[in-house]
Design a protein around this ligand. Sequence first.
Ligand SMILES: [Zn+2]
Length: 194
Amino acid sequence: MYHRLLRNASFWSFLFDVDKDLAATQRQQGCPCGGRLHCAHYPRQPRGGPDKLPKEYGYRLSFCCDRDGCRKRATPPSVRFLGRKLYFGAVVVLVAAMRQGPSAWRVRELSKLFNVDRRTIARWRVFWREHFPQTRFWKVARGRFAPKLPIASLPRALLEAFVHKPDSREDWKRLLEFLSPITITGGLSIKGVS
Ligand SMILES: [Zn+2]
């Protein structure tokens, strides 16, 4: 049962630690202008996690250059967020995946479990089937799967490619790190469009 781990607060604390590492790497690199990066995290209230998660788990870690005239923002990739989606990224993957396959869950059950409405679930399915396969990221990343992952089976095929034990945090970490390049600005751009 893939969903059990996602209802567990310690999973989110684990992912928050992974994000802190990704953020530390970004910070070390500094701004391309040579400036230093200062913390400028965004408070967000991502949905779909267990009740009463500590507020800090919802922060999107981000930095700002300290040089006058630059002040550029640098937001590292994340294993918790998926672009501007309101829900945690793992939930966007999992709920769409649980609607697929021979033992697909009913919308009603998923809505209850993750507090997500029917229209949002439908939008996620379109995202995985139609938008995601068109991204520059996927055009390159798909090459690492043999045999090829059929587009119609996304995101379930991705979930199964990475998460072998449904309760494995490390398996989820690998999946979410794989997807993390699409979590930064421009990461979901479509091939051929800038
Ligand atoms: Zn700068």
